[in-house]
Ligand binder design. Structure first.
Ligand code: HEM
Length: 236
């Protein structure tokens, strides 16, 4: 099979399959683990700062991706948005929110490594998720800021955007991705790896869009040690 077909025609659907079947497996066998497993009880201060920066930054990065990849370039022309204005806004706003997201994630990673209580409660999959996220964010940010400043803006609305849309109708336009800058190709492949492994990590919560977290009752934590001691007393 030719490499472009493999990367741009097959690989995205393999990752999509992993999302669907991985999520079904987890829901069927580990339903109670379908969560981001809060670590707020272990450390609050840096979590609040890192979490806020990461999630607010990411929200705007996602909005930017929807505008750049799902909205056809012709729509911008109809509304009188010139290519120069679009790229300037994408570089300034995308670069800024990408940076905010990365700072937030870096704080969360350092907290995981250097806070003893958080570290002992972290699993390998937490590190996999954090590192993958950092790589994806770093590559995207490098493309938007460094690459674009050296080579001039790259109009992904003519290539990556239509390719992403072609995936939805199950007719992948592999040809569109062949001449995309390597950095952006790696960013895209890394993103699909991230989507594919997410069902096996704490990132599972992104597929259930936890918007009801805002209104739900707070989670109550009880000491397991005291509970098991009481159980042992009752049983003896
Ligand atoms: C299908 C998956 C994805 C595609 C096709 C994609 C594509 C792109 C494109 C075209 C850019 C703009 C590059 C430029 O300015 O020249 C970009 C930038 C960026 N991407 Fe992605 N991306 C994907 C997923 C992700 C994910 C999952 C994340 C974060 C977790 C992410 C984070 C970023 C960041 C931080 C930037 C730079 C700032 C910005 O423009 O928002 N991307 N990406």
């Amino acid at each position: 099979m030719p490499m472009p077909m493999l990367w741009w025609g097959v690989f995205p659907y393999v990752c999509l399959g992993s999302i669907i079947f991985g999520s079904m497996y987890r829901y069927a066998y580990y339903p109670m683990s379908w969560t981001a497993k809060s670590s707020q009880i272990l450390e609050k201060h840096w979590l609040r700062i890192g979490n806020m920066l990461f999630h607010w930054g990411l929200l705007f990065v996602v909005i930017g991706h929807i505008m750049g990849l799902l909205v056809p370039v012709q729509w911008y022309h109809w509304f009188g948005v010139s290519d120069e204005l679009y790229h300037l806004m994408a570089m300034v706003l995308g670069g800024l929110f990408g940076l905010v997201t990365m700072v937030g994630l870096t704080i969360l990673i350092l907290r995981r490594i250097f806070n003893d209580r958080v570290r002992v409660n972290s699993s390998k999959s937490d590190y996999v998720a954090d590192i993958l996220l950092w790589i994806v964010l770093g590559l995207g940010e490098a493309m938007t800021t460094i690459w674009a400043n050296i080579n001039g803006p790259y109009d992904y609305r003519l290539t990556v955007g239509p390719w992403v849309r072609s995936l939805f109708i199950l007719q992948p336009r592999v040809d569109l991705m062949v001449h995309v800058p390597l950095l952006l190709q790696i960013h895209t492949v890394a993103s699909f790896v991230l989507f594919g492994v997410a069902p096996f990590t704490r990132l599972i919560h992104m597929y259930s869009a936890p918007i009801f977290y805002i209104t739900r009752a707070p989670i109550q934590y009880r000491s397991r040690a005291r509970y098991t001691r009481r159980l042992r007393r009752q049983n003896s």
